[in-house]
Design a protein around this ligand. Structure first.
Ligand code: GDP
Ligand code: ZN
Length: 331
């Protein structure tokens, strides 16, 4: 026996979160837009508007309930004819996450609170211009460290090659490649590197991050002409507005990739790091960590430090070590 069809609720949460019966059909999909309790879920049957099932809201708050990028099981609700702005489905279950990008904040008694900002990201794509504005390698190292600490890969993009990369930036591009990161230089003026960026984003879920003015929006518009992202820092302007909409979006690329844009990610530059984990954020330090004389070596002043020995002999690029020391000092 099936229960009578229910009217979908118009508000997420509160009074009317619909409870689907067990015999309503389920499909699996990905959350590509999240805003104030409403989720757009891409499924093989098309895009559905969904809300969370009541019992899901209570479960595991700390992990975040359902965030942008989550793969979910949804129960389809019976369609109401001519109902505009309707809810099509209820999110029943969140599937296991492959990765999470986590914003951490120090709390009481040395505990750190963790806030999942986006799930199932394959790669962070820190993007800087070779000049105008001059790239901040400190900020780049922060992005790389945050991604490493969450086991998310990174690929680095340098834009505006047509303006001429200063020697220090050319050296940096070489050094990041030596560490093992994909490094792509590109220019919208000459078209150089655009195909490489397109290939790097193809079939992956990416988060393109970096300071404003480096050319992220124009680059993505070039990579995917239908995207129509606003050039000239509109996101920042919206962000400062009084009625900020906390909307997160995954933009679909024709290559099968997705690019995340969410307010939480725009603030990644100021995310906190836990000093105890920081060494794991510098991937080229990792093979050396067991070789330090003290197992809790901070790699700053201890004798017998294998990391500092590697800096001295050039195995580790000194600028990276200086970023590590600066981040440790800030943390
Ligand atoms: P965003 O804030 O990172 O999204 O940057 P935008 O896409 O808004 O671009 C900022 C400015 O940089 C715009 O005036 C773009 O025209 C310019 N720009 C972007 N890419 C290039 C490039 O490859 N070469 C040059 N010379 N200018 C660029
Ligand atoms: Zn050490």
């Amino acid at each position: 026996m099936s229960r009578p069809p229910q009217r979908p609720a118009r508000r997420p949460g509160g009074l009317g979160a619909p409870e689907p019966s067990d015999d309503q059909p389920r499909v699996t999909g990905k959350v590509v837009r999240a805003q104030s309790g409403f989720y757009e879920v891409d499924t093989p049957d098309g895009r559905l508007t969904a809300v969370l099932r009541g019992r899901l809201k209570k479960a595991r708050r700390a992990e975040g309930l359902v965030v942008l990028g989550d793969d979910v099981r949804v129960a389809l609700l019976p369609q109401a004819e001519g109902d505009s702005g309707h809810v099509d489905a209820v999110i029943d279950e969140r599937l296991p996450r492959r990765t999470v990008l986590v914003r951490r904040a120090p709390g009481a008694k040395g505990a750190w609170s963790q806030d999942v900002v986006v799930a199932n990201i394959d790669q962070l794509v820190p993007t800087f211009s070779v000049r105008d504005p001059e790239p901040s390698l400190r900020m780049l190292d922060r992005f790389l460290a945050l991604a490493e600490m969450d086991h998310v890969a990174s690929a680095i993009v340098f834009t505006k090659l047509d303006l001429g990369a200063p020697p220090a930036v050319v050296e940096a591009m070489r050094e990041y490649a030596r560490i093992g990161y994909p490094v792509i230089g590109c220019s919208l003026a000459t078209g150089e590197g655009i195909a490489e960026v397109r290939a790097q984003l193809a079939g992956r879920v990416s988060a393109v991050v970096g300071p404003s003015g480096v050319g992220k929006s124009s680059l993505l518009n070039q990579v995917e002409p239908g995207l129509d992202l606003k050039v000239g820092d509109v996101s920042e302007a919206l962000h400062k507005g009084r009625h900020t909409t906390r909307v997160g979006v995954l933009h679909a690329l024709s290559t099968g990739g997705l690019v995340a844009d969410t307010p939480g990610l725009r603030e990644i530059g100021i995310w906190q790091v836990n000093p105890a984990d920081l060494e794991l954020g510098f991937v080229e330090f990792r093979p050396l960590l067991d070789a330090c004389r003290f197992s809790n070596c901070s790699h700053i002043h201890e004798p017998g430090c294998a990391v500092r020995a590697a800096v001295a002999d050039g195995t580790i690029w000194r600028a990276r070590y200086e970023s590590y020391a600066a981040m440790l000092n800030d943390a």
